[in-house]
Design a protein around this ligand. Sequence first.
Ligand SMILES: [Zn+2]
Length: 268
Amino acid sequence: MTAYEIKKQICEVGHKLYDRGFVAANDGNISVKVSDNEFYCTPTGVSKGDLTPDMIIRIDGKGNKLEGKLNPSSEIKMHLRVYQERPDVNAVVHAHPPVATAFTVAGVELDQYILPEAVLTIGNVPTCEYGTPSTMEIPDSLAPFIQKHDAFLLKNHGALTVGNTLQKAQFTMEEVEFNAVICKHARELGNVEEIPCEQLEKLMELRKKMQIPGRHPGCKKCKNLGTENCRCKHNGESHTCTCGKDAKPVDGDLVAEITKRVMAALNK
Ligand SMILES: [Zn+2]
């Protein structure tokens, strides 16, 4: 893609975020990685609905401006933190989708597995601790979740999604909000029936088969997790269920798995 095409794509995503009501005034920001130390990002003080390619800024990995008339958003720090910690990420989208944001305001976790598409693509969405915008508090609040998720809620603030492409990060943002909307409607109707444990396991296998890029927390929020009622099949390598019984640990999770088993043994 040429520089112009990337800038144009950033603007198109900005327009969609604005049209869908995911941002008010000049809220939200978008960035794309072009090399290890070079990024395109949206400027501060401009509505995402009014973005034009000439407004897009080029910055280095420290947030210094390399090109552009306007200045980068002060919230670019959280984007740069993601790129530092996740070399697989090439785009970051930050917005304030109203229903997903309302979950963080109400103190309700967006962690129920209710829609197959959302289970496949995002899993549970963690809520990061509240931080003052433009400080290092928000980048720091992402740290505990950054390796296992592609979507994050920022407490009393909004959402952040990442992807190997800008379109993937944008789709994930839409998925987060759609999942929150359906969950809210179901709660209003008085009942939320989650996809059962053994069905989640099938979705996790499907995700692997489809080779969906990005990170996923697995079916950790299964309410039967670690209990006698957990019906996940424990059939070997790269198992994403962490109920810990006979499942082999996921690559890289060995220490966590051993720690959990030791802790479980100590509790007996
Ligand atoms: Zn924000």
